[in-house]
Design a protein around this ligand. Structure first.
Ligand SMILES: [Cu+2]
Length: 143
């Protein structure tokens, strides 16, 4: 191969590698974490079709990832995943829509399918000690 040809081949290879890295960065999973308390953070995540979301439980308590099927338009209906301490759970979203979810230990759905705190000993505790905020979140999937 001539020097020019091998330089062109090298340049093409570098371009392919750079393009590959940037497209894999785009497709990287978004993470939703459970810190050492009963909440998901961030509360709202936006991904593109084809991207994964990974829930990571960094708490010492177990939690659930349950989909709110009544409002779920992004697929994966019937999700009811037990998230043990230190474990993670991933879903790849293949169609646009919203994926509301909640933890069934620390939140429940009312008659209108709205998440509510399950009572005096569950959900997110505010600085005054009140449990009023259900443990839930939402994934928005865009094309
Ligand atoms: Cu929980």
């Amino acid at each position: 191969m001539s020097t020019l040809r091998s330089r062109l081949a090298l340049a093409m290879l570098v371009l392919l590698i750079v393009a590959g890295v940037s497209s894999s960065a785009l497709a990287a999973a978004k993470q939703i974490m459970v810190p050492g308390e009963d909440r998901f953070t961030p509360f709202a995540v936006t991904v593109h079709v084809g991207q994964k979301v990974t829930w990571v439980n960094n708490d010492t308590d177990a939690h659930y990832v349950v989909s709110n099927d009544a409002f779920n338009t992004a697929g994966h209906k019937g999700v009811n995943h037990f998230l043990t301490p230190g474990s993670s759970y991933s879903l790849k979203f293949t169609k646009p829509g919203v994926f509301p979810f909640y933890c069934s230990f620390h939140s429940s759905l009312d008659g209108s399918n709205q998440p509510k705190a399950p009572g005096p000993f569950g959900g997110i505790q505010d600085p005054d000690g009140n449990y009023g905020t259900p443990m839930n979140g939402v994934v928005t999937v865009i094309p």
